[in-house]
Design a protein. Structure first.
Length: 133
């Protein structure tokens, strides 16, 4: 079910044996995202349940889902970049079929995120799923 962009991330993670290298790669992915315009950083786009500030701006055009996002935390920005690779370009039906927890498990991230980060990730996934429900 994963997109080609997500599969590329998974392949990269296979070569990164050390968690610190994976962590650095996640941060780099967040840094590479286009910045989110401040006009979108409003209460309506803010994700509750995250320890850091997180904004997701979803869009559905022609039945295809995409979103932009930002966070004030580097690692969370990287998680947003991974979620974008996982979901962007999917049909709204396929968004509902994605098992994000299993896909993140493939990357080995579930075991290395703090409880707060895991809760925030879950909140972001729930927001994405609610937009396409």
């Amino acid at each position: 079910m994963a997109t080609e962009a997500f599969e590329e991330i998974a392949e990269t993670f296979e070569f990164l044996d050390d968690w610190e290298d994976r962590y650095a790669h996640v941060i780099d992915m967040g840094r590479e995202m286009d910045p989110l315009d401040d006009a979108f950083k409003v209460p309506a786009t803010k994700v509750d349940g995250c320890a850091s500030q997180v904004w997701l701006v979803p869009q559905v055009e022609g039945g295809v889902f995409t979103f932009k996002g930002a966070s004030d935390a580097m690692i969370v920005s990287g998680l947003i970049a991974i979620l974008r690779a996982l979901y962007n370009g999917l049909s709204v039906e396929d968004v509902q079929r994605v098992d994000a927890r299993a896909e993140f498990e493939r990357l080995g991230l579930n075991d290395h995120l703090s409880a707060q980060r895991s809760n925030g990730l879950r909140a972001m996934i729930e927001r994405i799923r609610s937009v396409t429900a």
